[in-house]
Design a protein around this ligand. Structure first.
Ligand SMILES: CC(C)(COP(=O)(O)OP(=O)(O)OC[C@H]1O[C@@H](n2cnc3c(N)ncnc32)[C@H](O)[C@@H]1OP(=O)(O)O)[C@@H](O)C(=O)NCCC(=O)NCCS
Length: 344
């Protein structure tokens, strides 16, 4: 269970459990009155970081957020509760599972909002990986099942992240369907943005990424949009405090009511003249009417080779999402996080 590394400390998943309740206020919402997708992503990564630090007792940075689907909204006035735990510890990396659900305080009804997996890496003062010598030892059937599933996810990710060091140099702007639907935004990384060692916190970055995706989706659809999902997001290089953050949003697909926006982030050390690709991710936005129901967006017919290629690639991603979403919705029918947590 614990692999061949040395285990100075053995912990159980339960030791790393973090539960956070937020009462969703207008300051947490999108213009449509439900929890802002970027705020939700920030909360997910904050909870994951707390669980990982309960396990590691060391600073950690976010290396990856797996595909994340928002299957139910949280309205202003409802509670959003996040539960997270560390279910795997590797050499220097850890995986945290985060479950988020809404609670309607009037009826007591709870609904699953999202289930995410986050990989974090323990780092030294120079933000380089630091081995952990900690092992998770599952202590009951539930923990054993979760541990085995986490091991499978780790194996599946290996291929996807094999080129992660080369990705740091991929700094060119992402292609867009139309130059009117490509936005570039810059901001500074300030000391208030770092949790440890001058490294910009990934949760805050995802807030900004989601915000920019929302601006572009609103521009194209000419109305309110909500974030339906974010594809797997790898963080290849840190953003250091003092860096300029270059963020691109490009429209990469238009469906009936949904749009895919590619967000690419490049960290720029303007003093040394160094640019590093931090991350690229695909946000799926759905245009909604005043009742929060999907509405049609202006159709987009690809006319040239670049547009056709972008559509084809996006459709492949859409199909992958559809099968993952089906699995999550099937799970939602029988899933009761509080009952599950009692088994820890
Ligand atoms: C995370 C980071 C330190 C890893 O660096 P690296 O050169 O890949 O280091 P290593 O090859 O030693 O990998 C370290 C561990 O991280 C894991 N890892 C690295 N990138 C990963 C990714 N994208 N997804 C999943 N796991 C990843 C490796 O599998 C390895 O796991 P193990 O130690 O348990 O075997 C580096 O990618 C980085 O600095 N990323 C930015 C982190 C950050 O600042 N996030 C916030 C951005 S705003």
């Amino acid at each position: 269970m614990t692999g061949s590394k040395s285990c100075k400390k053995v912990i159980s998943m339960r030791d790393t459990l973090v539960e956070t309740v937020y009462h969703v206020l207008p300051m947490h919402s999108n213009p449509y009155g439900t929890l802002h997708g970027g705020m939700a992503l920030n909360w997910i990564l904050t909870n994951a970081t707390m669980s990982a630090m309960r396990a590691s007792r060391r600073p950690t940075v976010v290396a990856r957020l797996d595909h994340t689907f928002f299957i139910n909204p949280v309205k202003v006035g409802q509670n959003a509760t996040l539960y997270s735990w560390t279910d795997y510890v590797g050499r220097s990396s850890l995986e945290a599972t985060v479950v988020m659900e809404s609670e309607d305080l009037a009826s007591g009804k709870r609904r699953l909002t999202t289930l995410s997996y986050v990989v974090l890496v323990s780092v030294d003062d120079n933000l380089r990986p630091l081995p952990l010598n900690i092992c998770i030892r599952p202590k009951n059937d539930l923990e054993r099942r979760l541990y085995e599933q986490a091991l499978l996810r780790r194996e599946r990710r290996e291929k996807e992240i094999a080129n992660r060091r080369e990705m740091v140099n991929e700094i060119e702007a992402p292609p867009s369907l139309d130059e009117d639907y490509h936005i570039v935004s810059y901001r500074y990384a300030y000391p208030e943005d770092a949790v440890f060692h001058n490294a910009f916190f990934a949760g805050k970055l995802m807030y900004y990424m989601d915000e920019l995706a929302g601006i572009l989706g609103t521009r194209y659809s000419k109305g309110a949009v909500v974030t339906a999902s974010v594809d797997a997001t790898n963080f290849y290089a840190p953003i250091k405090i003092g860096d300029a953050i270059e963020m691109h949003a490009s429209l990469s697909y238009v469906g009936r009511s949904s749009m895919e926006v590619t967000i690419k982030v490049v960290a720029r050390d303007e003093i040394k003249g160094i640019k590093r690709h931090t991350t690229t991710s695909y946000f799926t936005l759905v245009a909604v009417n005043e009742l929060g129901r999907p509405r049609k967006v202006p159709p987009f017919e690809p006319k040239n080779d670049i547009q056709r290629e972008l559509f084809q690639k996006a459709l492949r991603r859409k199909r992958i999402r559809e099968s993952m979403l089906k699995t999550l919705k099937d799970l939602e029918k029988s899933f009761d996080v509080i009952k599950e947590l009692h088994k820890f």
